[in-house]
Design a protein around this ligand. Sequence first.
Ligand code: KG4
Ligand code: ZN
Length: 365
Amino acid sequence: MLMLGIESSCDETAVAIIKFNKESFNGKLLSHVVLSQIDEHKKFGGVFPEVASRLHLEKIEQVFRHAVNRADVSLQDIDFVAATCGPGLIGSVVVGASFGKAISVSLNKPFIAVNHLVGHALMPRFTRKTLEFPYLLVLVSGGHSIIGILHSPSNFEKLGSTIDDSAGECFDKVARMLDLPYPGGPNIEKIAELGNKEKYDFPIPLNDKSCKMSFSGLKTAVLYKINELKNENNGNLSIEQKSDIAACFQKTIVEVFRKKVINALRGKKENLSQNKIKSIVFSGGVASNKSIRKMGEELAAKYKLQFFAPNIELCTDNGVMIAWAAIEMLHSELIKKIKASGSAKIEDLFNDLSCDIIKKNIFTE
Ligand code: KG4
Ligand code: ZN
């Protein structure tokens, strides 16, 4: 069976097609096309929502046709259409979701509304087939920073989230302060490699036993340091100073997540000792950061757990995560139906699917 996945919630127009087996639900990626709008938004120093929706509208059909051609399938072969239906920039979400609904109506195939965060949360299970529920999930993107236990595609136990900015947003804002182009994360990471991460001390926000996070104070602390250094140097920052700030800022973010993951694991000691939680999983755009991944690997090793994060190109927004999340949702919905009906015939249940299978937002703040 073929699942089409459409993502347009921010500044990537993305479409992917996954072929999956209707008995085992194993998936194989047939095509994956991402058109980034980064170059268009760079001049604004961040995503300009109005421009983003217009560009999605202009390009989505082209991206879709490209994905279908690359997969070497015909339109009629598509069995399900899935699209991000939130959260995100509403004008952008509407473009991809409406495009997907139009395709589903024209092909007379079911439409699956996917929550963007569920897409990020389940993505690692596509690249690592051995990743089992429940797992400790650290979801860090441009709009969200959440820690919790993912028990199933429809059951997330939230342990904490940011009370203000997300970590990705903080990377982007600090990058702007350092005159680095959008998106800030990868550019901070690049110059941080050259810097001295011991040079400046930034406070670890909400340094307590909870899983709650805060990043806006850190952003302000970085701003004060930048202003202080600029005042000493006729309003300028040297490359070396920028690199040192980037390295110290990144180190602080890594430490925040290290502490919060430890807090989460301590709070879930029972699950660890009973071997219920076997993995730590990082996902979302910020999970492509190598220092953050390294910290995740170290923690996992310390607690005798496995560490998973999607391949770097699948950490940031893409259509694969939407197609895969829809397949997982479909699978768990069918299992529920089988249990309820006592019937073991998946074949019959496929014919009985209603549209918009799951709309519930398991990440409700
Ligand atoms: O998941 P994503 O593509 O979009 C949202 O759902 O928000 O995440 C984008 C965020 C941006 O804030 C970007 O700066 C950040 O992920 N990001 C990174 C890195 N690559 C992307 N942050 C830190 N290090 C990176 N290498
Ligand atoms: Zn995202």
